[in-house]
Design a protein. Structure first.
Length: 279
C-alpha cells in the first residue's frame, strides 16, 4: 500500500499548508518592516552632489538659525580668508584617530563670515606643516553642516589652549572672531583659485553618511507578531492532521483480518458439526 501521506488527497493538503505558512511569514515580515520608521529627529537627507551647489546666501541669512533640512546641502561662497583667525578644533578622524579640524573664517563683501572647515590634521601636525591659504578673493565649494554640539565626536569638556576652540559652533566663534557669522559651517571640498582643499598633512572631512535612527511603530509590530502566531498555528495543525492520519493507518492495519497467516477467515465457510459426524 502507498504511504498514506503521499496520496493525492494529502498532496493537496500539503500544498495548502505550505502556502499558508509562507503567506503568514511574508505578511509578518512586511508588518515588521513597516514597524521601523526613520526618526524625524535624525538628519536623513543625503549628501548632495557638488555640481548642484547653490549660493550660501540664497539658502541662509547671516545669524539665522540653520534648520536640519539644509544639512549636507552643496553650497558655494565667495570671499577672502582671514588666515590670522585660523583655529583648531578637537576632532576624530573617520578612522577614530585623535586630532583637530582646521577652521578659518571666509569673509564676504558684506563683512559677514562663513566658517570653513579646511579638513583634519593629526595631533602631531603643526601650522608650519600646512600650506598657506590663498590671498585675495576665493570661491569655496563644499557641504553645509550643522553646528557641532557637546555630543559631537572629538569634543572635550576640558578647557582648550589658545589657538583652539572647543567645537565648531557659531555660538562660540562669534566671541572669537570679529564677524557676524552664518549658521552652521562649510566642509571644504575645494577653493578657486587654489584647487582642492586637501593638502599634505590635511585630510578632507566630507559629510558623514545620513544617520539611521529608527523609531518603532508598536501597532505594526503587534501585527507582525500575530502573523507569526498564525504561521506557528498552521504548522501545529498540519502536524496534528498528519499524526492522526498515521495513527488511523496503523490502527486499521492491526484490525480484524490482519491475523497470522493460516488462521481461518471470518468469511470462510465453516464445516458443520453434522458434516463432521457424517464423515
Amino acid at each position: 500500500m502507498r504511504f498514506p501521506l503521499l496520496q493525492p488527497r494529502w498532496l493537496g493538503l500539503h500544498l495548502i499548508a505550505v502556502l499558508a505558512v509562507v503567506g503568514c511569514a511574508l505578511l509578518g515580515y512586511w508588518q515588521f518592516e513597516r514597524s521601523q520608521e526613520p526618526s524625524r529627529e535624525a538628519i536623513t537627507n543625503p549628501v548632495e552632489d557638488l555640481a548642484n551647489a547653490s549660493a550660501l546666501g540664497d539658502m541662509l541669512a547671516p545669524g539665522e538659525y540653520m534648520p536640519q533640512t539644509l544639512a549636507n546641502e552643496a553650497v558655494t561662497a565667495t570671499g577672502e580668508y582671514d588666515p590670522g583667525s585660523q583655529l583648531l578644533s578637537p576632532a576624530l578622524s573617520p578612522e577614530g584617530e585623535e586630532g583637530y579640524n582646521v577652521i578659518v573664517p571666509l569673509v564676504t563683501d558684506e563683512g559677514v563670515a562663513v566658517i570653513v572647515n579646511r579638513g583634519w590634521i593629526p595631533e602631531a601636525t603643526t601650522a608650519e606643516d600646512l600650506d598657506t591659504l590663498p590671498s585675495g578673493e576665493v570661491t569655496v565649494d563644499g557641504w553645509l553642516m550643522m553646528p557641532q554640539d557637546q555630543a559631537s565626536e572629538g569634543y572635550s569638556a576640558m578647557s582648550v589652549p589658545e589657538g583652539q576652540i572647543e567645537r565648531i559652533s557659531p555660538a562660540l566663534l562669534v566671541n572669537e572672531w570679529p564677524y557676524q557669522l552664518y549658521g552652521g559651517y562649510v566642509a571644504l571640498s575645494e577653493h578657486s583659485p587654489g584647487g582642492a582643499g586637501s593638502t599634505p598633512g590635511l585630510s578632507e572631512m566630507p559629510p558623514p553618511p545620513p544617520e539611521t535612527k529608527i523609531t518603532w511603530n508598536f501597532r505594526n509590530l503587534s501585527y507582525a507578531a500575530q502573523w507569526l502566531v498564525f504561521a506557528v498555528a498552521a504548522i501545529a495543525f498540519w502536524v496534528s492532521l498528519m499524526r492522526r492520519e498515521l495513527a488511523d493507518h496503523r490502527s486499521e492495519g492491526a484490525g480484524p483480518g490482519s491475523g497470522a497467516p493460516g488462521s481461518a477467515s471470518a468469511d470462510e465457510p465453516q464445516r458443520s458439526a453434522v458434516g463432521v459426524e457424517a464423515d
